[in-house]
Design a protein around this ligand. Structure first.
Ligand SMILES: [Zn+2]
Length: 293
């Protein structure tokens, strides 16, 4: 094994939950693939854990937790890490953990970028379902809300989180594409699978430029939806797939608060935002979360 696992690293437990409250995977499981940014092959091993943390172990370096405090960068993708090592493109994996309700797992990687797989959370969710998810029959998920409104407003961009009786999330975009001008999608249990399956996307005309700068080296027609003047480089998996992918990114980013956004009783209204704004808001949100019935 190429990593050092620190099994005793389990002192801080958010919201004083007991270890049996944590949801982990039943069995070890692994997957390999190339990264979207650097196109390097990477094998990821997942291990069940009772620490109540999502922890990354990269090539034997000191582990770090998947949390807002450990976000190193949000340029092109979310980069988590410490001063010794990092994991790039974690967001679709984090979103899959949120969708599966997994809040305690050890993730060991032999490279610094998470595999792109199909560019969405679909393959990750399938992997965790294959590993088995420890369900506690008598345990209902705890719900959280905000003690006061949390918001980030800057020009055309806004992200507002308000207390509510139930979860409501809407995401609005306004891109220079005929299908994506002033479009919005609301989260509901019926379109959950479409959100899980929504692939990452970008303007096809910008691809060469990003690749010359050293990014997007692993982009393929399968893992990324290219936006063209009046269409796409491949068939959409569902209507408004790019807007649904923004929702997926948001869910992954807000999960870095340590509380699953799908267990919030909040109205979350987002307009023309991205990872940087999601993470800024997640940092504010973390201090305002309170448990509710
Ligand atoms: Zn994404």
């Amino acid at each position: 094994m190429f990593f050092n696992k620190d099994k005793n690293h389990s002192t801080i437990q958010p919201f004083n939950r007991s270890t049996q409250d944590y949801i982990t995977i039943k069995n070890d499981i692994s997957i390999s693939g190339n990264g979207l940014m650097k196109n390097k092959p990477c094998t990821v091993n997942f291990f069940p854990s009772k620490t109540g943390k999502i922890r990354y172990f990269i090539k034997g370096a000191e582990p770090f937790e998947a949390c807002v405090e450990n976000v190193l960068s949000t340029d092109h993708c979310v980069v988590l890490g410490n001063n010794k090592t990092k994991a790039m493109l974690t967001e679709h994996l984090t979103a899959a953990l949120a969708f599966c309700g997994i809040d305690s797992v050890d993730i060991c990687m032999d490279e610094m970028e998470v595999p792109a797989l199909d560019g969405s959370s679909k393959k990750w969710v399938e992997l965790f379902e294959k590993a088995g998810i420890e369900k506690h029959i008598f345990q209902k998920p705890k719900h959280y809300t905000v003690s006061e409104p949390v918001y980030y407003l800057n020009g055309k961009t806004s992200l507002v989180i308000l207390p509510s009786d139930e979860l409501y999330i809407s995401y609005a975009v306004n891109y220079d594409h005929p299908d994506l001008t002033r479009r919005w999608v609301a989260y509901n249990p019926k379109n959950k699978q479409e959100i899980i399956e929504a692939r990452t996307f970008g303007f096809y005309k910008d691809l060469k430029k990003f690749q010359m700068l050293g990014f997007a080296q692993g982009v393929t027609i399968e893992n990324t939806l290219g936006l063209q003047d009046s269409g796409y480089t491949s068939e959409l998996r569902s209507e408004n797939e790019p807007v649904k992918h923004k929702m997926l990114d948001l869910i992954g980013d807000l999960y870095l608060t340590g509380i699953n956004p799908l267990n919030l009783k909040c109205q979350i209204l987002v307009k023309e935002a991205g990872h940087a704004v999601h993470i800024k808001t997640a940092k504010m949100l973390k201090d305002k979360l309170i448990e509710c019935k």
